[in-house]
Design a protein around this ligand. Sequence first.
Ligand code: BGC
Length: 259
Amino acid sequence: MAMNAARAVGVDIGGTGIKGALVDLQAGALLSERVKVATPAGAEPDDVLEAVRTVLETLGVTDADVPLGVAFPAIVRNGRTMSAANVADTWIGFEAEKFFEDGLGREIHFANDADVAGVAEVRYGAARGVGGLVILTTLGTGIGTAMLHNGILIPNSELGHLQRAEKTSDVEAWAAYSAMEREDLTWVKWAKRLQWYYSHLEFLLSPDLFIVGGGVSKHSEEFLPLLELKTPIVPAVHRNNAGIIGAAALSARVSAGDA
Ligand code: BGC
């Protein structure tokens, strides 16, 4: 297979936006501008595929000899999406990887969005060389999580869907960045929710490091200092690009045949 493993394209499909870029796999850095389009309302498969096409065409990377990784905000098992928190229910049990491969006419590597962000931070960021348990959380439309033990990903953790005993909604509906925006919370009020969430994760899982990703991680100085935890908590080095970089990194590894 004529794959150039020095660079790959990453596309990160989120509940609100679909972002993509060409990535330098040695440096773990973007080689192109970051292209972003809105996630189509309802996020049905055909519309999402069309939006991914637009991203690839805008980037000018439609030929199949550059590896392509696609990240998606759902549980991904054997190429199938198995949940749909912020996208259409059609994705539940859907052969998503094959759908994108057929639609784009090329091979892709397909995985959960938070998991690929975790991989990016292990290879090129805040989790590099960190032993023990690292939990990366993305605070965006939902809350995504990646669990990494001694640098190895434990895929498909869904710790944004923890339930608070006294409430009916998942924690992500209450503590994701979208909740802060929707309810117009101050940093202090939002941080109180995050305090509950991270303390709970800390109690359940005894991690060695928390990494905070998602778009809001660029404002981490507004809320991370407000949290009182035993576990160190740091922003993702690659901020909201971790998903793009991780998706690209995984695609090239697979393409090179050493996954
Ligand atoms: C989904 C996760 C995803 C996260 C962030 C959650 O609602 O269940 O699979 O990683 O949102 O997009």
